[in-house]
Design a protein around this ligand. Structure first.
Ligand code: SF4
Length: 501
């Protein structure tokens, strides 16, 4: 589709709303629509004395139609209001035309809960917030979910005091690659030789980071080791990293210490003991599904029984805060099999269950493989957006988990997600993960170590946020380690300056 914008700078937001309906269809911005063009969209905005006139002109297979709207902006800078109105016009037209009803309406950002919290901070009542998001076409179900989630976060947000920070440690290795994954993670077969030098330098970066934080008078509230799959490392390598953390920080005041054990095919008793001895308080054991056929299609090299065995082993060793991830919309999965997975997980009673909606990303094997595990495109669904009854699966998960005593406490969205859904973390009362809330709501500094890790500096008394990117791939991380540490000197400048320079 060709797109021409005139008289406004809302192109990005317009494209995001279009994507909800057209999936990966190519959208090309042009300066002129050729006479013979069949499929195009022209968006125009013109300011008059006290109003803005908006116009959308659609060309579809040779038929041209028009929509018009007039708005009277309340703000000096009307960009947000123009974006909103363009979004509504596009939504109304394409919703009717395609029959697709995106559950989050015209909200396209990854952090919808932030918007709900902003409304609370502005003093809006629950009814006003509901009306505000209903105007944005957000479904009643999602409004309730967001409100519930925002309430659950309140206590955790209070712990994100000024000068507090979390430490993130990236282990970008996995035993093999899952077909739906697009993280920068390297299989052991690909990158085995890099692992030990990587661990060596990672320890150096952690040491430097914690020493710098100490010097700046910061307070560590949560540690999160993620990936990849941290338990791809040997027990000795894990101990080496844990040792550096312990030597450089007194862990008594740390509220939460998580290690994503992740894939059951990487977990054994020795590694779990190393994790336990380090003082880790929370681990993840991620089944994704308990259907062996679906696991095989997803390229996971473990069985459902491996998940059950790992979970029993971890419980036996005394882990009392376990998260389990699952995915709605995996190829080959059905509503019935998803329900069976969820029912069994709920019966196992982990403290957290995180329900993801499958996001198909360009870098994944699922996208790369011709044929592969991919299912045919369902009729009426835009190319590139996967969906296998994911909406029903997510609905079932929410109902079942609420009944089983879990509550939603963090939520985010990704692009290209099955049925435009969300990922939601559920927890038993008082077992919500601090780190997940901090990172998702961007309320605290995250000092991040390892390849692909992104440090986020949050001004203690404001909304200013600055990011420092580490090199993405382990080989770059190793070969350019000195440059990268230099880059992180910015952390001290940030805290010692006015936080905005
Ligand atoms: S375990 Fe996670 S990070 Fe590793 S390949 Fe699978 S989805 Fe990607």
């Amino acid at each position: 589709m060709l797109i021409l914008h005139q008289g406004h700078d809302c192109a990005y937001e317009i494209q995001c709303v279009l994507r909800l309906f057209v999936g990966e269809e190519k959208l090309t911005e042009v300066e002129e629509i050729p006479e013979n063009a069949e499929n195009f969209l022209i968006t125009k905005a013109k300011q008059t004395e006290n109003a803005w006139e908006l116009q959308l002109i659609w060309g579809q297979n040779g038929v041209i139609s028009e929509q018009n709207a007039r708005i009277f902006p309340q703000n000096e800078n009307p960009k947000g209001e123009l974006e909103h109105q363009f979004g509504i016009l596009i939504y109304e037209k394409l919703q009717r035309q395609t029959g697709i009803t995106p559950p989050w309406g015209i909200l396209t950002g990854v952090r919808p809960i932030k918007l709900f919290r902003q409304c609370v901070q502005q003093g809006m009542s629950e009814e006003q917030i509901t009306a505000h998001f209903a105007q944005r076409q957000v479904s009643e179900k999602k409004i309730r979910l967001a409100l519930e989630t925002a309430k659950k976060q309140e206590n955790i947000l209070k712990t994100a005091i000024p000068e507090s920070f979390s430490l993130y440690i990236a282990i970008p290795f996995c035993p093999s690659r899952c077909s739906y994954c697009s993280f920068v993670s390297h299989s052991v077969a690909q990158a085995g030789k890099l692992i030990q030098p990587y661990v060596q330098l990672l320890c150096e970066e952690i040491r430097a980071t914690l020493q710098q934080a100490k010097h700046l008078g910061l307070r560590l509230t949560a540690i999160y080791m993620g990936g990849g799959t941290p338990t791809t490392l040997t027990a000795a390598q894990l101990r080496q990293i844990f040792g550096v953390i312990r030597e450089n920080w007194d862990l008594r005041d740390v509220l939460e210490y998580t290690v994503e054990a992740g894939r059951p095919d990487t977990i054994d008793q020795d590694k779990l003991l190393a994790i336990k001895e380090a003082g880790v308080t929370r681990i993840s054991i991620n089944p994704q599904t308990l259907n062996d056929r679906v696991l095989a299609l997803a390229g996971r090299k473990h069985s459902a029984q491996d998940v059950r065995d790992c979970y029993a082993l971890a419980r036996g060793l005394g882990f009392d805060n376990i998260n389990m991830d699952l995915i709605a919309g995996l190829p080959g999965d059905t509503l019935e099999s998803f329900r069976a997975t969820l029912d069994e997980l709920a019966a196992m009673e982990p403290e957290n269950i995180t329900v993801h909606s499958l996001a198909k990303k360009r870098a994944s094997n699922m996208s790369e493989a011709a044929g592969g595990a991919r299912e045919p495109k369902p009729a009426g669904r835009p190319e590139g957006v996967l969906g296998h009854g994911a909406a029903e699966m997510v609905d079932y998960a929410q109902q079942k988990l609420l009944l089983a005593g879990y509550s939603p406490y963090y939520l985010y969205r990704q692009r290209n997600t099955a049925d435009n859904l969300e990922n939601t973390g559920f927890a038993r009362p008082g077992r919500e993960s601090y780190y997940n809330v901090y990172i998702m709501e961007e309320v605290q500094t995250i000092l991040a170590c390892g390849a692909g890790a992104v440090t986020k500096l949050k001004a203690p008394n404001g909304s200013y946020l600055e990011r420092i990117f580490n090199y993405k791939y382990p080989y770059e991380y190793i070969s350019r380690f000195g440059d990268m540490l230099k880059r992180k000197e910015r952390v001290a400048v940030f805290y010692e300056g006015d936080h905005t320079a």
